[in-house]
Design a protein. Structure first.
Lengths: 184, 288
């Protein structure tokens, strides 16, 4: 998603109406990223709300409006990290994210999704963040590292670890399905 | 064995299928409400640069900037602002743009956002009335009587009373352990919990009330997809996630004229510990 540069410029000099139009266009996108990483509806809402406020507050400090998308992603990821920490310290009563597949195409795909959900949920926030940036937003390791503000090697390492964990989960599930089919 | 393209496709399709929700309208409404009360931070560099600035212009601009800063500085030192500083209303909700230090305590409300540096009144930890002094750079956590710093480690300070310590960290519905009503009763209950480590026990006095300060860490507990908890506290009926080995919870447990008050702090390592200590030291408690 690419933000409207003219709206960014107007909001940057204090135009609240322009900012309102801007966030109305962006909020779904931000919410999906937050929900994927945080695995919780309430936490995602709080993180996005915080990111939108921080974005408005600091927008005049954005030197290059054309870098708005990357800058906002960074703000969102910081807000997500803060929210995860806030929840870890103060709110264990989390809403469990229900997975409702868009199409129940076949039993194997459903099992895959369950396994992915289970393993993905056990990854740390840092690992989930890299997975979402890479697989959902299509960033390569360099871009993900720049967005998060970590060394490229760290981003690659996190992506490798997370991907291998997800692969192992899928393969274990495939083995179980295979064993179940053989015994039937 | 799944191939890498298969795996990549599976993960991408799964994330895409999950990310189909739209943000609820209340999210935008709540954001707009906070943004209305938030002022933008001005950039300290010019928003639009002059593309062709020769050396003479640079020097003149630099001298002008120094003169302007000097005039502003003299005015600040002189303190000649007509009418004196603007005082926020005691009932004002904290915004994300901290204001100058107020002289009257502000009621601490559980709304996320930046806090003014200054005195705050905590009224929702019954039966106590508590006043604390918060330094600059702290925020409300959106949880009653809980604040946190903006430093790298995001230290937290909170005021609470104990409702109970869970018998099963994975299942709060299993009920509470037996905890005596005194300071020692709570320390003993935590010490007796085999899954918790209680360290650094020391005697403290806060606001003239004596108590015990301890650091609590917990062994790793695997509750599957459920986050392990250790106690339910008031206000807010918060089920608190267990502290882990890397981030101990510091509890200051006080006997306030026969009632037990707990001050909890986390992320207290390093440079941020002094800010936490200053807040705790500033605590003034009115006994019920």
């Amino acid at each position: 998603l690419v933000a409207n540069s003219e709206l960014v410029r107007q909001a940057r000099v204090g135009d609240r109406d322009a900012y309102d139009v801007l966030i109305t266009e962006l909020v779904d996108h931000l919410y999906r990223i937050a929900r994927l990483i945080l695995r919780d509806y309430d936490s995602a809402e709080d993180a996005v709300q915080e990111a939108l406020v921080r974005c408005w507050r600091d927008l005049p400090r954005l030197r290059d409006p054309d870098r708005f998308d990357a800058w906002l992603n960074r703000i969102l990821l910081n807000a997500i990290t803060d929210e995860a920490r806030r929840r870890r310290r103060f709110g264990a009563s989390l809403t469990v994210l229900r997975i409702e597949p868009a199409q129940a195409d076949d039993v194997g795909a459903l099992a895959d999704r369950d396994e992915l959900e289970r393993v993905f949920g056990r990854l740390s926030i840092d690992h989930r963040t890299v997975v979402v940036l890479h697989y959902y937003l299509g960033m390569n390791a360099d871009e993900a590292a720049t967005t998060i503000g970590i060394p490229v090697g760290t981003a690659k390492s996190r992506l490798h670890y997370a991907t291998e964990a997800l692969r192992a989960a899928l393969e274990a599930d495939a083995r179980r399905a295979s064993a179940g089919g053989a015994s039937a | 064995m799944s191939t890498r393209p298969d795996l990549d496709r599976s993960i991408t399709e799964w994330l895409g299928a999950e990310a189909s929700d739209r943000a609820p309208e209340r999210l935008l409404e709540a954001s707009r409400a906070r943004i209305r009360n938030t002022r933008q931070r001005r950039a300290w560099w010019p928003a639009w640069r002059i593309p062709t600035m020769n050396n003479t212009v640079r020097i003149v601009a630099a001298v002008a900037a120094v003169v302007i800063l000097a005039v502003i500085g003299l005015n600040l030192i002189g303190g000649t602002t007509p009418g004196g500083p603007v005082q926020p209303s005691p009932s004002v909700a904290p915004s994300s743009t901290p204001e100058p230090t107020p002289s009257e305590p502000i009621v601490l409300v559980p709304e996320m956002g930046g806090l003014f540096a200054g005195q705050y009144l905590i009224t929702d930890v019954e039966p106590f009335t508590i006043t604390i002094t918060i330094p600059s750079g702290w925020e409300s956590l959106g949880v009653p009587a809980q604040i946190w710093g903006t430093g790298a480690n995001r230290p937290t300070v909170g005021y609470l009373t104990l409702e109970g310590i869970f018998t099963d960290p994975c299942d709060p519905t299993q009920g509470y352990r037996t905890v005596g009503p005194t300071v020692d009763g709570l320390v003993q209950a935590l010490t007796d919990d085999p899954s918790l480590n209680v360290e650094q026990t020391s005697t403290v006095t806060v606001s003239g009330f004596e108590g015990t300060q301890i650091a609590v860490t917990g062994a790793a507990v695997d509750c599957g997809s459920v986050e392990p908890v250790w106690m339910r506290t008031q206000p807010g009926s918060v089920d608190r996630p267990r502290p882990d080995v890397t981030e101990p919870a510091q509890l200051t447990i006080l006997d306030v004229a026969g009632d037990r008050l707990v001050i909890i702090a986390t992320g207290t390592t390093g440079a941020e510990s002094s800010a936490v200590e200053s807040i705790i030291d500033s605590t003034v408690i009115e006994a019920p």
